[in-house]
Design a protein around this ligand. Structure first.
Ligand SMILES: NC(=O)c1ccc[n+]([C@@H]2O[C@H](COP(=O)([O-])OP(=O)(O)OC[C@H]3O[C@@H](n4cnc5c(N)ncnc54)[C@H](O)[C@@H]3O)[C@@H](O)[C@H]2O)c1
Length: 295
């Protein structure tokens, strides 16, 4: 079995996959390496396009180490009889914990305080934060990660409201609102957990920001294209949005104008980057390859 791993993976994950066959790890020319490959593994960096697959005559499976399949042309795969799989639940807890970490750090000015002290400042009086206890968290997209975050937020004393058209998880941790506007009007902190689709693209825009509370906080660990960047920039600059913490971007690595603002906090797409999530992803990839390529 020939397997191409196109993107950076943890060493242990690569070692586990090597046990299944002949592995080309991060080949310089992915397209050429696919000529005799049975399986392709990607994270988010490699774009699996029709063009990339043009010479992949033997390819039977594309496995995405992660959740979102927005970097895979699923139609092109289907036409070539290539199955597309993801490791859907493996990073759930890691992303939920990152969303929580970003939220707590932002509300307590942890990132700002760190940078100030590194530059020799002790500016306590300007670093008074807010507590999450008693605040209302609005979760947009109540699937695996949204529900995981809600359980943690509830334990911290937050009221959780959620917007997710049915079918959805009813677990008693969140009050569902029927309309997005109802969530926007009530939430002190909004966390995004929807997939990227034509309906969710730019769902956070000038209009939706105007309906939010003054001084709202936004956390995005879902996908970059869910937020209109110009609208977020204006909202953060004017103070309508007190702070935003962002892990995902339309273009990665991100070099855009939000970097100019002091109340926007950044992580470089770290959602699934925990040792535990990577181990789960590795185990799931091995399972997928064994299952799909047997016989
Ligand atoms: N930052 C990272 O590294 C990282 C890692 C994993 C996943 N993600 C992203 O997190 C997001 C959620 O992942 P998940 O595993 O929880 O997915 P999921 O499929 O379990 O949940 C998504 C939920 O969104 C709901 N939804 C879809 N369209 C909606 C809409 N228009 N309005 C409201 N709700 C809608 C769905 O019904 C579903 O319940 C995805 O965008 C994924 O790409 C990011």
């Amino acid at each position: 079995m020939r397997i191409v791993i196109a993107d950076q993976m943890e060493e242990e994950v690569v070692a586990g996959i090597r046990k299944l066959g002949d592995v080309a790890y991060k080949p310089a020319d992915v397209k050429a390496a696919l000529a005799d490959a049975d399986a392709l593994i990607v994270r988010s960096a490699t774009k699996v396009t029709r063009e990339l697959l043009a010479g992949a005559g033997k390819l039977r499976v594309v496995a995405r180490a992660g959740v979102g399949l927005d970097n895979v042309d699923q139609k092109a795969c289907e036409e070539k009889g290539i199955k597309v799989m993801n490791t859907s639940g493996a990073s759930t807890n890691a992303v939920a914990e990152l969303a929580l970490a970003l939220m707590l750090a932002m509300l307590r000015n942890v990132q700002k305080a760190h940078h100030q002290m590194k530059s020799g400042l002790w500016d306590k009086k300007n670093l008074t934060g807010s507590e999450v206890d008693g605040k209302t968290l609005g979760v947009i997209g109540y699937g695996r990660i949204g529900a995981g975050l809600a359980a943690k937020a509830k334990a911290l004393g937050m009221t959780v409201i959620a917007y997710n058209p049915p079918p959805r998880r009813e677990d008693g941790n969140a009050e569902f609102v029927g309309k997005l506007d109802a969530l926007l009007a009530r939430a002190d902190i909004i966390s995004l957990h929807v997939p990227t689709t034509p309906q969710t693209a730019n769902m956070i825009n000038r209009g939706s920001i105007a309906k939010m509370k003054d001084g709202v906080y936004i956390v995005n660990t879902a996908r970059g294209d869910i937020i209109d960047e110009d609208a977020l920039y204006e909202g953060c600059k004017s103070g309508k949005i007190a702070g935003a913490a962002i892990d995902v971007y339309r273009q990665e690595p991100y070099k855009g104008k939000l970097l100019e603002l002091d109340n926007v906090y950044f992580t470089p797409h770290l959602g699934a980057s925990t040792k535990e999530a990577q181990a789960r992803i590795g185990a799931e990839l091995v399972k997928i390859l064994k299952e799909e390529l047997k016989g």
